[in-house]
Design a protein around this ligand. Structure first.
Ligand SMILES: Nc1ncnc2c1ncn2[C@@H]1O[C@H](COP(=O)(O)OP(=O)(O)O)[C@@H](O)[C@H]1O
Ligand SMILES: Nc1ccn([C@@H]2O[C@H](COP(=O)(O)O)[C@@H](O)[C@H]2O)c(=O)n1
Length: 284
C-alpha cells in the first residue's frame, strides 16, 4: 500500500496526484436516541465548526435519515398508522447512501435531502448542499450494517447508551419534534425499534474502533476524539504547506486500522489510540 493510501483505496493525504483531498470519514452508529447527533454536535462545537458558514466548514455531519427510501402508496398508508418498520435495513436506500459517500470521498460537492418525520418522507424541495470538507461525520442507527458502506469509514464510533435511557429520551422527542402520540411511540418501540435494534444495530458494535459509553455525557471520550481530529486537521494543513509531509495523512489511518507506525508527530496516533481505548473501557 502506498503512502497516504487507505484500505478502501481512497487517498487520505493532502497531496493526492489528482489534487483531490479525501476527507476523513467517521461513522457514528448507535441505537435510537443514544445521542449520536448530540455527540456529533459536541465534536463540531469543540472544533469551532458549529456556527461556521456551511460553505466554509472543515467538519460536517450528515444523517443517515436523509437516506430513507421513498415508500410505495401502501407503505405510506402503513407508516401513517405506525405499522411500517423504519428500523429495518430495507427501509434505507443503500445505493444512494453508497454513491453519496463515494462522491464525498472523491472530494465532490453533494446534495442531500432533509428528512421529514411527520410525512415519513425526504423533502426533495429542502436540499442541503454538502461542500467538500476535511472531516465528515456520518451518523445513523445502521451506518455499520451495510458492508460496502462500513468499509468506507476511516474511523468507526459506536454510541452505547442504555436502552431505558434511550426510550426515556425517545418518547418526548418523538412527541415534541416528530409529531407522534404516546401510543404510537410505545407501539413502534415494542414492535419494530427494540427488536430491530437487537437484530441489526447492536451486532454492529463489534465493528467499532471506539465505543462511547453514555454518549455525550462522556466528555473524556469526546475530548480524545476531538484531539485526534485536530491532529488530522493540523497535519493536513501542514502537508498543504509542505507537500513532502503529505504522508502525515496516515495518522488518521493508523488509528483507524489499529496499527502503530512511526509518524512525524510528537504525540503518535498509536499513543492517542491506546489512551482512547484505556479511558473508554476502564470507565465503562
Ligand atoms: N447526554 C444527554 N443528556 C440528556 N439528554 C440527551 C443527551 N444526549 C441526547 N439527549 C437528548 O436525547 C434525545 C436524542 O438525542 P440525539 O442526539 O438526537 O440521539 P440520536 O441522534 O442517537 O437519535 C434528544 O432530545 C437529545 O437532546
Ligand atoms: N419516518 C420515520 C423514520 C424514522 N423513524 C425513527 O427514527 C429512528 C432513527 O433516528 P434516530 O435519530 O433515533 O437515530 C428510527 O429508530 C426510526 O424508528 C421514525 O420514527 N419515523
Amino acid at each position: 500500500m502506498g503512502d497516504g493510501e487507505c484500505l478502501n483505496g481512497a487517498r487520505l493525504n493532502g497531496g493526492a496526484a489528482d489534487g483531490v483531498k479525501t476527507p476523513f470519514l467517521i461513522g457514528v452508529a448507535g441505537g435510537t436516541a443514544s445521542g449520536k447527533s448530540t455527540v456529533c454536535k459536541r465534536i463540531m462545537e469543540q472544533l469551532g465548526q458549529a456556527d461556521m458558514d456551511h460553505t466554509q466548514r472543515q467538519v460536517v455531519t450528515i444523517s443517515q435519515d436523509s437516506f430513507y427510501r421513498e415508500l410505495s402508496d401502501s407503505e405510506k398508508a402503513r407508516a401513517e398508522r405506525g405499522l411500517f418498520n423504519f428500523d429495518h435495513p430495507s427501509a434505507f436506500n443503500e445505493d444512494l447512501m453508497l454513491q453519496t459517500l463515494q462522491d464525498i470521498l472523491h472530494g465532490k460537492k453533494v446534495e442531500i435531502s432533509e428528512y421529514d418525520y411527520r410525512r415519513n418522507a425526504v423533502c426533495p424541495e429542502k436540499k442541503i448542499t454538502i461542500y467538500p470538507a476535511d472531516v465528515v461525520l456520518f451518523e445513523g442507527i445502521l451506518v455499520f450494517y451495510f458492508p460496502a458502506i462500513r468499509d468506507l469509514f476511516h474511523m468507526k464510533l459506536f454510541v452505547d447508551t442504555d436502552s431505558d435511557t434511550r426510550l426515556a429520551r425517545r418518547v418526548p422527542r418523538d412527541i415534541n419534534e416528530r409529531g407522534r402520540d404516546l401510543d404510537q411511540v410505545l407501539n413502534a418501540y415494542m414492535n419494530f425499534v427494540k427488536p430491530a435494534f437487537e437484530e441489526f444495530c447492536s451486532p454492529t458494535k463489534k465493528f467499532a474502533d471506539v465505543v462511547i459509553p453514555r454518549g455525550a455525557d462522556n466528555t473524556v471520550a469526546i475530548d480524545l476524539i476531538v484531539q485526534h481530529i485536530r491532529e488530522f486537521l493540523n497535519n493536513r494543513t501542514r502537508s498543504d504547506h509542505s507537500p513532502h509531509l503529505a504522508t502525515c495523512g496516515t495518522s488518521a489511518l493508523n488509528l483507524a486500522n489499529g496499527r502503530a507506525q512511526a509518524t512525524t508527530h510528537s504525540i503518535s496516533p498509536s499513543m492517542i489510540s491506546s489512551q482512547l481505548y484505556a479511558v473508554l473501557y476502564e470507565y465503562s
